[in-house]
Design a protein. Sequence first.
Length: 182
Amino acid sequence: MRRAVEFLVTRLLRSRLGVALAIAVLVLGVIGAARLVSGPADPGTGLSSRPSQPITTVDPEAGDDGVVGSTAPPSPRTRAGALTPEQTADRFTAAWLGGRGDSAEEWHARLRPLSTPELTEKLSGADPAGVPAQRTTGEPSVRPRTEKFVEVLIPLDSGQLRLELVAPDGQWLVDAVDWERT
């Protein structure tokens, strides 16, 4: 026995293998003691179990907290003496559709006062012959989004024209043009 203890102290504990074995025994002893103290494990607990119902972070009785509410959007504001969004959309649509026989410069000159500088720049290379419709077929539908942003849908003979109008200073200008075929 004395030789075994002497071998353990002088040779085994001073080597790397001996230190690693001592640490492993110590760690296993701590884990075993913790399991004995904690009692039997419940297989339903832990990180691997899934909840039986969805996790909710909002009280379902609190009402709708989304961006789209039940309140009506604010009415668009127009500066005194300026065109309303409907008038601006009508005039822009008439200029947009009426450019077939004109040169591109004349067509752009009619659209420019009704457009934002950004849209004017985007339309700079457009040709009036490429307009996919010839006439309107119904009344425009105005969808106010904010006091300074409105979407107008205009039915055409070959699709629908969607205009986005903005009024940063109370004067309505077309900022985006989109067309979809029906």
